[in-house]
Design a binder for this molecule. Structure first.
Ligand code: 9MR
Length: 389
């Protein structure tokens, strides 16, 4: 919407509001006091039950990444999840470090609590993640490639079997594509996994094969970030093509979509279109969506230099509006693409976002709910397409 249209609507809303107040109060409110009457009534503090998940019911599940606190002690969060979300991802407690801190030792209690909450409330669970080079105990990487393979496959078999029938999709491998096209290992990341597998990509096959054998029905994903940038996307597509050409069982691509206000929405949607064009039958999940209110240059992410100045507690209204518009453009684009089956936010409320500490310590406001558990304009923009931003 252009500025004039927005202004016109505000004036109309203001006039209607003024007329109502004026009627009720009779002479108490002189016409000349229009300047002190707010132009818009305050935003509703809460949303209608089901407004978010209901809007996309025929398109995709709408998810959020959470921790245990949100379902055990933060009852407002639990209430929001039940009312507005159809999918949950464990932000941390289904990672190898949490599930198996020592070889052969499993700690399923926390993850089971999340699964029980979800099942009791009819919310689907997305599994994150069976393999990553972070949040993974050292023991996984020790020994010969054969020992590494056997251990990884046992771990994946045990975990996927434990959650069989409860987790509708797994990020089988997370972030295995390199950020640097000139790496000698490109398109693969030169990670501890790559090295432990004998400087080879074989560990990716091992992971997918073990996951498929343990649960033929759950959907298996390769998940990565920056698929909205062309270089990373090209490398990711090469990795996926290689898996498919060799018959490795993969069902879909997870696009993390950690975006910022300067990100390009068309490119974020092109990531889906490129998967669709190359691999008919694969599905797409948006797995970790958030939109930082800062527009940081590349060096902020690589070295913490030249990051945008913190807004502190005062984010300009224009930024909140731009963020809402961007969320709406993305969700509308996702809904127009039938291969998108799940869209998850990486967090529920702004205060709990990982972006408050990355790439630098700085309050960020990347999600659909604010720290007071009130819906933001971004929520309204995606859950009600008639909402005027
Ligand atoms: O949000 C997660 C944060 O709480 C953890 O400290 C961090 C550890 O590296 O992982 C974060 O989640 C990441 C996800 O698992 C994979 N993609 C990037 C996410 C943000 O770093």
């Amino acid at each position: 919407m252009n500025i004039n249209a927005r202004l016109r609507l505000k004036l109309l809303a203001g006039a209607a509001f003024f007329a109502l107040v004026g009627c009720g109060r009779g002479k108490e409110l002189p016409l000349s006091s229009a300047a002190v009457v707010p132009l818009l009534p305050p935003s509703p503090p809460t949303a209608a039950d089901g407004a978010l998940k209901g809007q996309y019911e025929s398109n995709f599940l709408v998810g959020a990444a959470i921790g245990l606190a949100q379902i055990q002690s933060e009852t407002e969060d639990a209430d929001i999840l039940v009312k507005q979300f159809s999918s949950i991802t464990a932000e941390n407690i289904m990672k190898p470090q949490s599930l198996s801190p020592a070889e052969g030792v499993y700690n399923f209690a926390d993850a089971d609590a999340l699964v029980n909450f979800s099942e009791a409330n009819g919310i689907a669970i997305r599994g994150h993640t069976l393999l990553w080079h972070r949040q993974t105990p050292d023991y996984f990487f020790q020994g010969t490639p054969i020992e590494v393979k056997d251990r990884l496959q046992k771990y994946i078999t045990d975990v996927v079997t434990h959650f069989k029938g409860k987790v509708y999709a797994w990020d089988v491998v997370n972030e295995v594509v390199t950020d640097n096209g000139s790496d000698i290992t490109a398109p693969y990341r030169n990670s501890r996994w790559y090295q432990a597998a004998g400087n080879s990509k074989d560990y990716i096959d091992w992971a997918f094969e073990a996951a498929r054998a343990a649960d033929p029905d759950t959907k298996l994903f390769l998940n990565d970030y920056n698929t909205e940038t062309s270089g990373k996307r090209t490398r990711l597509l090469a990795v996926v093509k290689d898996l498919i050409d060799r018959g490795i069982p993969i069902d879909g691509v997870g696009h993390q979509h950690h975006l910022q206000l300067s990100s390009n929405v068309d490119q974020a949607l092109k990531a889906i279109d490129d998967v669709d064009a190359l691999f008919s039958g694969l599905i797409n999940h948006i797995t970790e969506l958030d939109i930082s209110v800062y527009s940081d240059p590349g060096e902020c992410f690589s070295s913490g230099e030249n990051c945008a100045t913190s807004y502190g507690d005062n984010v300009p209204e224009s930024v909140i509006n731009d963020q809402a518009q961007m969320y709406r453009d993305l969700f509308t684009g996702f809904a127009a693409r039938p291969s998108v089956k799940s869209v998850s936010l990486w967090g529920l409320t702004d205060d709990a976002s990982w972006l408050n500490g990355f790439p630098v310590e700085r309050p960020n406001y990347p999600l659909l709910y604010d720290k007071d558990r009130k819906v933001k304009k971004a929520f309204q923009a995606v859950s009600d397409l008639n909402f005027v931003i």
